[in-house]
Design a protein around this ligand. Structure first.
Ligand SMILES: C[S@@+](CC[C@H](N)C(=O)[O-])C[C@H]1O[C@@H](n2cnc3c(N)ncnc32)[C@H](O)[C@@H]1O
Length: 335
């Protein structure tokens, strides 16, 4: 979760939060891996063939555990590669290997998945790199870099992700963002403009959804485009049914893990029991008074340079705004 300022951390004081359910959440990934195993190796081949699985961005190992469970559940042999760039997570993974997976055919590699050159290609590439808006933690960039590890007929889990957005009235968030004037952020003086042109991860509670979410950007894995370009632009329109105030836009994602197994935080399609992700909120620097019958016109960009990825957004109706987060000045995501 994104925590920007001590002041924001303090707002968690004495707040009752629902604990995460990593094992429950990972059951869907486990089921997806089971299906992939069965598609790669038939029942007849189960004794003679081994599926090569690579978990990229393994963190503390929940997907490694899911893959081993899946292989046992469907009785398929597994050879495992585990890739992780965070040295602290590597310590945990190595300890888990010692304790739980000593007898498994498993290799841990401490590296960035984009630059690693594998000695052999794999049948199933498993990852969990999605952010609240799907691609906002750079899963497309990471998985495009990692797909060279996958055999031509290999399976990526997840295989697709789509972001969604809808206009919202969130007066509480509006006033929290106004409050931070004068505070420091990442060692630099903060300004209202910087604060109000940055996206936030937030559990949306006091919010009025002005209209239903619509799809924004889709990314498919592996990406077989001749030239891979993950920059995007979309013009969107939302009809307003009631008088209200537009304070910003809420973002969500839906992902297809494999076949019909999905994860979603779209408010109307939300996967039951899934609490690992909150929404992403894109504020407007100035709230806009809306009347029933108005049409909100939103321009939304995913931009890329050598060093960073960022979103830009503006409205052209009913109010024309400047482009928020132009060139990623308020909130870039470093590659
Ligand atoms: C969202 S976390 C998921 C971790 C895991 N599911 C867990 O619960 O611990 C993503 C993981 O991917 C790793 N990661 C992100 N980008 C990577 C890259 N380019 N190469 C290797 N690992 C990466 C991060 O260090 C992090 O551990």
């Amino acid at each position: 979760m994104l925590i920007i300022e001590l002041k924001f951390v303090r707002s968690y004081d004495d707040l009752l939060e629902i604990p995460l359910q990593p094992l429950y959440d990972n059951l869907r990934e486990q089921r997806a891996i089971e299906l992939a195993f069965m598609d790669k190796i038939s029942d007849e081949e189960a004794d003679i063939k081994t599926a090569i699985v690579m978990v990229v961005g393994a963190g503390r190992g929940p997907l490694v555990r899911s893959a081993f469970n899946a292989s046992a559940n469907v009785n398929r042999k597994i050879k495992m590669y585990v890739i992780e760039k965070n040295p602290n997570a590597i310590v945990t993974l190595t300890a888990l290997q010692e304790e739980l997976w000593k007898n498994k055919d498993m290799t841990i590699i401490s590296t960035d998945m984009r630059y690693f050159e594998p000695s052999e290609k794999v049948d199933i590439l498993v990852s969990e790199l999605l952010g609240s808006f799907g691609d906002n933690e750079l899963s497309p960039e990471c998985l495009d870099g990692a797909q060279k590890h996958l055999k031509e007929d290999g399976i990526s889990i997840p295989c697709q992700s789509t972001s969604y957005i809808n206009p919202v009235m969130a007066p509480k968030l509006c006033s929290i963002i106004r409050e931070v004037r004068g505070h420091m952020r990442r060692g630099k003086p903060n300004t209202y403009e910087k604060q109000a042109e940055s996206p936030y991860v937030v559990y949306l509670k006091n919010v009025y959804h002005i209209t239903k979410p619509q799809p924004v950007f889709t990314f498919v894995h592996p990406n077989n485009d001749e030239v891979i370009d993950n920059s995007r632009f979309i013009k969107m329109e939302f009809d307003v049914a009631h008088d209200c105030v537009l304070t910003g836009f809420a973002g969500y994602f839906e992902t297809i893990l494999y076949k019909d197994i999905k994860l979603s935080i779209h408010p109307e399609e939300h996967t039951r029991g899934l609490i690992s992700w909150f929404s992403l909120y894109f504020p407007l620097t100035e709230p806009q008074q809306l009347r029933a019958g108005d049409r909100i016109k939103l321009n939304f960009w995913r931009c890329i340079s050598n060093r960073k990825v960022w979103y830009e957004w503006s409205t052209t109706s009913p109010t024309v705004t400047h482009v928020h987060n132009l060139k990623g000045w308020a909130f870039p995501i470093y590659k």
